[in-house]
Design a binder for this molecule. Sequence first.
Ligand code: NOJ
Length: 515
Amino acid sequence: MGPTWLKDAIFYEIYPQSFQDSNDDGIGDIPGIIDRLDYVAGLGCNALWINPCFDSPFMDAGYDVRDYKLVAPRYGTNEDLVRLFREAHARGMHVLLDLVPGHTSDQHPWFKASAQADPNEYSARYIWTDEALWGMEGRPYIAGMTERSGAYMLNFFASQPALNYGWLDPYKHWMSATDSPEARATIEAIKDVMRFWLDLGCDGYRVDMADSLVKGDDERKSATCAIWRDIRAMMDRDYPDAALVSEWSNPDQALCQAGFHMDFYLDHQRNGYNTLLRDYETKGGDHSYFRCDAGGSIRRFLDDYLPKYERSRGRGYISLITCNHDTPRPARTLSPAELKLAYAFILTMPGVPFIYYGDEIGMRYLDLRTKEGGYQRTGSRSPMQWSHGENAGFSTAPADQLYLPVDASPDAPSVEGQWADPDSLLSEVRRLVALRHAYEDLQADAPFAVVNDDEAAAPFSYRRGALLLALNPSSRERRLDDALLQGRRVVYRIGGAALHEGSLAMPGQSFVVLA
Ligand code: NOJ
């Protein structure tokens, strides 16, 4: 299954632009992250995922890498990043960087060489047709920008040309096979990038668009999975303690076939995860499970999740997230009371959970103008709110020079305002994180089983190992009478759940853990 530290890992995702500015230039940086490590440790998170912090023209917030081996000057230096690894390790924390293997920036030297008319070492590093006036059968491609006569394929935005890992079944002479020297060279180049930071002390990678490598792949993504198995063999041999988490959202492929240690369960419309927090884009209003009395049902989550969980059990971990830098913040629609229950669920499920910076205080989704290719995602990327002071404690630069504006509302949540308040969302998150660390049965491996999912009859209840948990996000009281309740005691509660003579009363908006 991979590194043992994952069993009790709780990740904290940091968007480096927006976490802490240490040099008053209005943008977050790596020394700023180091300054805030004690906060993350105090929250109880013992692992970090840092969004891309490498040199980039920032057409997609750094997912357009220009130099994989250089920290972007606006975030600091390579030495700063190595110091971050050291400081994190000193606090018992692991650090994952963000690997973008599917594409680079069109400003990357590989691409610039590849775009030359004269053949060179990098000519086949990207996917090019042989004529500029020839499309790629409905695929996104760009022509007319280079000396080279050809069109190049995109992997995401216009500034992000696709690296060449070959085609499963090449049917044009310009398509490389997956075992061609050029496709192999791309894999080796990415392995070299991985080794560079692993050798300097990083603990693994979150892998961007991990399923996007081989073009024309089959439905099972078998050729792309084969590449990851090859990379995983390198990890097992040379970096057995390092971890990989995929942006794939398909554990059958990512965990069982490709060999990732963890796979994100992402917010894709109407999948199980979407029904929990953000089911507001379907007709007829918001039916999110954690929205009180919105008519949601845990069954919609379980129908999607359970088969994935059962099939991938023992092969890797499904990662539930509070949010990420691409997804609307959950506080967009959920109240602090609703968020407490949602996080209680996320933090008591199997696999490895991720908290997105600021979700622990209920930071809001802001209505912001797009920044660096963020578009509607920009609203989830605003500066961390540390205090009620200047720029929410994020930076001492003039407010109009901040990377993004801070939440200006008078009641904007902050760490300072919530840290000492036992009823705050932040205090609840800290207690939940501590609870997970305290009980092995709440961690990654302990089995999950549904006890009751008929919420008309009784609260949703589930087992983790020997523990019994129940959740009632509705406003109506629910009662559970079950032989499983005999001899148990309450070890954690939100709301006034009470266990009396083998019967569990769950008032509206409550959660309980019974040992
Ligand atoms: C997924 C990343 O999370 C997103 O932010 C980025 O824009 C795309 N991949 C392209 O790299």
